[in-house]
Design a protein around this ligand. Structure first.
Ligand SMILES: *[C@@H]1O[C@H](CO)[C@@H](O)[C@H](O)[C@H]1NC(C)=O
Length: 438
């Protein structure tokens, strides 16, 4: 415990770069993850059309989010993580528009589709006035270019080919190749930043001490860190409250692959737990034994499991509702999501039991649900967050006490964390929010 904090503060003073909240501050939080373009519009519309298949901007904004903070806070969330805020490649491509924010071109300018600089500052201030943290997704692995011929001059601040690795195709079985080669394709090239280059690191540090602090955000989420050599994080690179390897490529879901990254950054996403929890709970044939095994493995192999992000859905993976619409199964997964080890992260729309499968279908416009707070999982998450927030306040040891997982039968597990005992089953109840019980 003390060692963890010490490491953390050392990094901070070495950098003279400070995001307001520390890793241990984040541990007490419960995070709502929102794709800005899909969460809320400035006009408050509940009907503005949005077909995720089109991969186009649907009109969500920071102003729209400010106006819907009651909805997020009402469910007991104490932090929000939003999609990248910086300027993207513009216009349409064969793969649609950059509404998701993962195609940066200028990291010193904000994405005008989401509002003005004042709007963004107002969002941060609105979160802080409610006692909530704001975390911003940040792409540090690549810059984006429309088409195959890369115009490096368009990149700010990395406006020269020498800041990038030469183009090569990723071999996902080879870590060096993952770190050096390019993602993307001929329609959108994702030029891979050369993080072995000391000048590149200096330019990133300059960014972190100049651009980021002026917005007073509380945390950065580093997207696709698996594309960057491990030792470029932590002492040499960034302090990260959160990060995720891309689960969809399969490499992030092994505990022995993911855990060593915590030597270099504070937190990661618990992909192994998410994968096995989904498998275990989406049908009564799912393996609870495998879930118990991976939960224990992660506790043993990680430096500090209580700093991991515990999630069940995100923008890269099919929603739980695409596997099962059974209310009891979704509720049991919500309990695991909020009350086991780690910092809970809930992806927008999970509370509405949305059913989108793979990207781009899992990026639905939330306004089309009407932000309803009944006949969905909103009451469930509200109760769970209220309970966890109470435990955080009244018994700080709850969040640092490791859970004990016990298999009671092939379909029932017992999870004990501090004074809290959970008994969870995957037997389901045979009905969903959009179809009635027999
Ligand atoms: C792994 O990828 C790197 C970078 O592309 C390459 O130089 C190396 O030969 C590859 N190793 C193997 C075993 O394929």
């Amino acid at each position: 415990m003390h060692r963890q904090l010490l490491v953390f503060f050392t990094l901070f003073s070495a950098f003279r770069f400070s995001i307001a909240a520390s890793a241990s501050d984040w541990r007490s939080r419960s995070i709502y993850q929102a794709v800005t373009d899909r969460f809320a519009r400035s006009d408050g519309s509940l009907t503005s059309p949005c077909d995720p298949k089109d991969r186009r901007y649907c009109g969500g904004t920071w102003r729209g989010m400010i106006n819907r903070l009651d909805y997020i806070q009402g469910m007991g969330f104490t932090a929000i993580w939003i999609s990248p805020i910086v300027q993207q490649i513009s216009g349409d491509t064969f793969e649609g528009e950059a509404y998701h924010g993962y195609w940066p071109q200028n990291i010193y300018a904000l994405n005008p589709n989401f509002g003005t600089e004042q709007d963004f500052k107002d969002l941060v201030a609105a979160c802080h006035s409610r006692g909530m943290y704001l975390m911003v997704d940040t792409v540090i692995n690549h810059f984006a270019n429309r088409g195959e011929i890369v115009n490096y001059q368009a990149f700010v601040p990395f406006s020269d080919e020498r800041f990038f690795h030469p183009r090569c195709e990723i071999d996902w079985g080879n870590q060096t190749s993952i770190e050096r080669c390019w993602m993307g394709n001929g329609y959108v090239s994702l030029a891979d930043i050369d993080t072995e280059n000391p000048t590149v690191i200096e330019i990133w540090k300059e960014y972190l001490v100049s651009f980021i602090p002026k917005y007073k955000i509380d945390g950065l989420f580093a997207s696709t860190p698996v594309g960057i050599s491990r030792n470029r994080f932590g002492a040499n690179f960034l302090v990260q409250p959160m990060f995720t390897p891309k689960g969809r490529y399969g490499i992030g879901i092994r505990s022995d692959v993911i855990c060593p990254y915590q030597e270099h950054m504070d937190s990661l996403h618990n992909y192994p737990f998410k994968e096995l929890a989904t498998d275990a709970f989406v049908s009564s044939a799912g393996s609870m034994a495998e879930l118990v095994k991976v939960a224990r493995q992660m506790q043993v192999q990680s430096k500090d499991i209580t700093l991991f992000g515990t999630f069940m859905e995100n923008h890269d993976n099919p929603r739980l509702g695409s596997f099962t619409t059974d209310i009891a199964r979704l509720r049991n997964l919500a309990v695991l999501n909020i009350l086991t080890d780690g910092v809970p992260v809930v992806y927008y729309g999970q509370e509405q039991a949305l059913t989108g499968s793979n990207d781009p279908l899992n990026r639905e416009a939330l306004w089309l649900t009407g932000y309803s707070t009944t006949n969905n999982l909103v009451p469930t998450f509200t109760v769970l967050n209220t309970f966890r927030n109470y435990l955080v306040k009244s018994a700080t040891s709850f969040i640092t006490t490791l859970a004990t997982y016990t298999l009671l039968s092939s379909s029932v597990i017992n999870v004990r964390k501090g004074n809290v005992v959970l008994v969870l089953t995957n037997s389901g109840e045979g009905c969903g929010y959009r179809h009635s019980c027999q």
